[in-house]
Design a protein around this ligand. Structure first.
Ligand code: IPE
Ligand code: IPE
Ligand code: MG
Length: 240
């Protein structure tokens, strides 16, 4: 099971409290820790978190700098915790526009958690689905135009190990759009939009999302015998 989350609403969470946007991003990083730990306890194979889109470069320089610093600090501080929980970290997206320090932190997090056999945590940084698709389509023709071959090129274009179809896409923050996230992979994803701002998204909200997903009927274009989404709902993901 693959869950993807568009973690939106940090800025509005901060504005509501009269705080700078960077405070919202810090609170968002704490929510990431909570949800990663909850996901590691649930029967979830892959969790992809949208941390920074390629279009987010258009934000004011001070906000981009704060986000990049936070990413670097988070990757460094969370690696130990991920090792302890068997979580494997991978960062997908472009790397050529990231700072050397951030690339080092990414490589360290990926290397030190590589033996993790539990949850596969993918952080999307400088990620654009359209650009990934264009790059995959533009690579040297191998003669193999099958979906499987294209998906291998798609994974390579995003620095990912493979292309995982999304089962459940969650977007916090109230907007109902994909903002250039996993366009190919979401072909049959169940979509769940919540008004909750990302820093407020906690284990109970995550569990409620899994419960809703468990009640969806997935048909994948077929007409008979809908497939009940998933029986994760019975298992608590809250800390014991
Ligand atoms: C999501 O929160 C975090 C990133 C996009 C990096 P926002 O910063 O987009 O918060 P809002 O949408 O302005 O509230
Ligand atoms: C999407 O959120 C990107 C991330 C959550 C990293 P945005 O806040 O950038 O998306 P738009 O601008 O509302 O579409
Ligand atoms: Mg936003």
């Amino acid at each position: 099971m693959h869950i993807a989350i568009i973690m939106d609403g940090n800025g509005r969470w901060a504005a509501r409290r009269g705080l700078p946007r960077s405070a919202g991003h810090r609170a968002g990083a704490r929510a990431v820790r909570r949800i990663v730990e909850a996901a590691a306890r649930a029967p979830i194979d892959v969790l992809t978190l949208y941390a920074f889109s390629s279009d987010n470069w258009t934000r004011p320089a001070h906000e981009v700098t704060a986000l990049m610093r936070l990413l670097r600090e988070h990757l460094t501080s969370e690696a130990e915790r991920c090792i302890a929980n068997g979580v494997r970290i991978r960062v997908i997206g472009r790397r050529d526009r990231l700072s050397d320090e951030l690339i080092l932190a990414i490589e360290h997090a990926e290397r030190s958690t590589a033996a993790g056999r539990g949850l596969q945590l993918r952080l999307a940084v400088d990620y654009s689905a359209r650009e990934t698709i264009l790059r995959a389509a533009g690579v040297e023709r191998t003669g193999d135009c099958s979906a499987a071959a294209f998906e291998r090129r798609l994974a390579a274009a995003a620095h990912a190990d493979a292309t995982h179809p999304v089962d459940l896409l969650i977007r916090t923050g109230g907007e109902k759009r994909l903002s250039d996230f996993l366009l190919w992979e979401c072909a049959y994803a169940e979509l769940l939009f919540t008004d909750c701002y990302w820093p407020d998204f906690d284990e109970a909200a995550f569990e409620a999302a899994l419960l809703q997903f468990g009640h969806r009927d997935r048909r994948f274009g077929g007409s008979t015998a809908p497939t009940r989404a998933y029986a994760v709902a019975t298992k608590s993901v809250r800390p014991q």
